[in-house]
Design a protein around this ligand. Structure first.
Ligand code: SAH
Ligand code: MG
Length: 201
C-alpha cells in the first residue's frame, strides 16, 4: 500500500521536474532517524511531500512539521499526505519559511528549500534545534557544480553555486556548530552543536 503510493509520488516528481531527494540521500537520513531515535522533524521545503512522507512512515511516533511556499506544490503535498493517511503526524504549513515562526524544539531540521537562502534558514531555525539535534542540508553538491562549475555558463546557476559555496564556508567556520559533509545523493551536510556551546536554552 505504502509502496504503491510512493511510486506514484516519485513518478509525478519525475514527470513534473520536482526535485525530490535522491534515493541514496533519503536512505541515509532514514537510517539516521532510526539510529538516533529522532521523533520531531522540521523540514524547510516540502515540495509534494515525498521526503516528509518517507520520514513519517518510519514509525508512528514520528512527527513532521514541513513548510512549503509554492501553492501548487503545497496542494499536491496535502493530497499526498492525505492519501498516505499521515495528516495527524505531518503538519504542513503553507508559507515562506523565512516569514514563518515555529515553536518548540526539533531533533532534526532538514533544510531543502531555496539554495540562495540556506544561511538565512540556518540562522533562523537553529533556535528550534534540540541541544542534541542535527541540521541536515541537501544539495550542497548541486549536480557536481559546486566542485566543478565549468559545466555551466548560466549566470543564475553560477550565482547559486556561489551561494552554496558561501554556505559551506559559513558552516566550516561556524563557532557554534560542527559540520560533517557527505558525498551522498546530491551532497548533504550534518551540523551539530559543538560541545557546551548550546546557548539557545
Ligand atoms: N524536501 C522535498 C523536496 C523539496 S524541493 C523532497 O525531498 O521530497 C524544494 C522546495 O522548497 C520547493 O517546492 C520550493 O517551492 C520550496 N521552497 C523554496 N524556498 C522556500 C521558502 N523560502 N519557504 C518555503 N518553501 C520554499
Ligand atoms: Mg533537495
Amino acid at each position: 500500500m505504502v509502496r504503491i503510493q510512493l511510486d506514484k509520488i516519485k513518478t509525478y516528481a519525475k514527470n513534473n521536474h520536482v526535485p525530490i531527494m535522491q534515493d541514496s540521500g533519503i536512505e541515509y537520513i532514514l537510517e539516521y532517524i532510526k539510529n538516533n531515535n529522532v521523533k520531531k522533524i522540521l523540514e524547510i521545503g516540502s515540495a509534494i511531500g515525498y521526503s516528509a512522507i518517507r520520514f513519517a512512515s518510519i514509525n508512528n511516533d514520528i512527527e513532521v512539521t514541513t513548510i512549503e511556499r509554492d501553492n501548487n506544490m503545497y496542494k499536491e503535498a496535502v493530497k499526498n499526505i492525505k492519501d498516505n493517511n499521515l495528516e495527524d503526524r505531518i503538519n504542513i504549513i503553507h508559507g515562506d519559511a523565512l516569514e514563518t515562526n515555529i515553536d518548540g524544539k526539533y531533533d532534526l531540521i532538514f533544510i531543502d528549500a531555496a539554495k540562495s537562502q540556506y544561511i538565512k534558514f540556518f540562522e533562523k531555525y537553529k533556535i528550534n534545534l534540540d541541544k542534541n539535534g542535527v541540521i541536515i542540508t541537501d544539495n550542497l553538491s548541486f549536480h557536481g557544480l559546486v566542485e566543478d562549475d565549468s559545466k555551466t555558463h548560466n549566470r543564475n546557476t553560477l550565482q547559486l553555486v556561489k551561494k552554496i559555496r558561501k554556505y559551506i564556508e559559513f558552516l566550516k567556520s561556524n563557532e557554534e556548530f560542527d559540520t560533517e559533509f557527505l558525498k551522498i545523493g546530491d551532497g548533504i551536510s550534518i551540523s551539530k552543536f559543538k560541545n557546551n556551546t548550546c546557548n539557545n536554552l
